[in-house]
Design a protein around this ligand. Structure first.
Ligand SMILES: Cc1cc2nc3c(=O)[nH]c(=O)nc-3n(C[C@H](O)[C@H](O)[C@H](O)COP(=O)(O)OP(=O)(O)OC[C@H]3O[C@@H](n4cnc5c(N)ncnc54)[C@H](O)[C@@H]3O)c2cc1C
Length: 343
């Protein structure tokens, strides 16, 4: 069986670790692994194309790709397609580089700017990324003044999480030396001594522009059945699957859910293949609604919430959820990326 992975990046970027990767040189080096260096992708049947999928023909089952190297368009016929391209996010939520070596330079530049900041660092927006970024910056350079400004009266105001979780996050930030200002909106910024002033809005949007409108909901997420097959009015839906952040599914978008969906989509494609070969009706695994769960790495501590355990915080929770490397090893091992595939 031939499997082709198409990605704009030349490798797997451990997105969870993004705030730390952009603040810590040693961590940055481990956060991005080129696809060619991942043992699980070394199988002879697996090909990698560095490029951007620009459109998909559901009827003909052909993906059109803009190849990054050659800047030329190419077409890739397929039997099954899995859309797993996530959300489009801006810097400094995620690096904008597409190659590992450029990413290391980008992270380095960002670190130097933060280290040499004369007036301190202001993080605008107290969502999950903002609070993690503020805590990480303060941990790495305790002498630097770090201020987090959030327009609402409560941190994490757009997350479906209880007030005591947001309050605990606030107090752990204070403990770590971050100044938190709530209920105030930043109306303007003046760049001090910056050559290239740029203002970016941090709203993240689905990357689904390469898919037909009828496949998407009003916010641009792919409509799926619990089998992860496309549920919108597209041709050949049983050959098209969506997983991860791009899929319209309940709960907070998390990597645990994304990996779980990937596993289910692969299982269901295999079931469909067996059925096509005459093995009877496919026995699909079906996804349950995801509960609202969150774990935030705030410097040395994690603040977590789940409907079963409620709100908790501590260094021990940090160790159990993220290990010593922001969950990089946990995710790597879960996806078995270190294990070579049988030929
Ligand atoms: C800063 C931050 C911290 C987070 N912390 C946590 C956490 O602590 N715990 C947790 O569970 N979750 C966390 N998350 C969420 C988690 O990272 C995401 O839910 C998860 O990465 C989603 O995986 P994905 O494969 O759907 O998308 P992504 O990881 O975004 O991967 C999508 C890939 O698709 C590629 N791509 C995009 N468009 C195209 C295209 N047109 N053609 C080809 N390739 C394309 C991109 O280059 C990228 O490599 C965090 C997210 C962020 C941003």
């Amino acid at each position: 069986m031939e499997i082709t992975v198409v990605d704009e990046r030349d490798g797997y970027f451990h997105l969870i670790g993004s705030p730390k990767a952009l603040a810590c040189e040693t961590f940055a080096a481990t956060a991005w692994t080129r696809f060619q260096d991942i043992p699980a992708l070394e199988s002879s049947g697996l090909k990698f194309i560095q490029g951007s999928v620009s459109s998909v023909d559901f009827g003909a089952k052909v993906a059109h790709i803009l190849d990054t190297q050659s800047q030329s368009s190419r077409s890739k016929p397929y039997d099954y397609l899995i859309a797993s391209s996530g959300l489009r996010r801006v810097f400094p939520t995620v690096p904008q580089s597409l190659r590992r070596n450029e990413f290391l330079e980008e992270a380095n530049r960002h670190m130097k700017e933060v280290q040499t900041a004369q007036e301190g660092v202001v993080v605008v927006g107290g969502g999950a990324v903002g609070v993690e970024m503020a805590a990480e910056l303060k941990l790495l350079d305790p002498t630097q003044k770090v201020t987090l400004i959030h327009s609402r009266k409560r941190l994490l105001s757009s997350e479906p999480l209880p007030d005591d979780f947001a309050e605990r996050v606030d107090s752990v930030l204070h403990e770590g030396g971050v100044e938190v200002i709530l209920g105030q909106r930043v109306v303007n910024t003046t760049a001090v001594d910056m050559k290239d002033e740029q203002r970016r809005h941090s709203r993240c949007i689905p990357t689904s522009t390469y898919l037909a409108r009828e496949a998407l909901n009003e916010d641009g997420y792919v409509k799926v059945h619990s089998s992860l097959q496309f549920s919108g009015g597209v041709l050949n839906p049983e050959h098209h699957y969506a997983v991860g952040d791009i899929a319209a599914w309940s709960g907070i978008k998390r990597c645990g859910g994304a990996m779980h969906m990937g596993h289910f989509a692969a299982t269901n494609i295999h079931q469909h293949m067996l059925a096509t070969c005459g093995a009877g009706k496919p026995s699909f695994v079906t996804l349950q609604p995801f509960p609202s769960i969150m774990g935030l790495a705030l410097g040395k501590k994690t603040v977590s919430y789940s409907p079963i355990d409620g709100t908790r915080d501590g260094e021990d929770i940090m160790a159990s959820m993220f290990g010593g490397d922001m969950g990089n090893t946990v995710c790597w091992n879960y996806m078995r990326l270190g294990e070579a595939c049988p030929a």
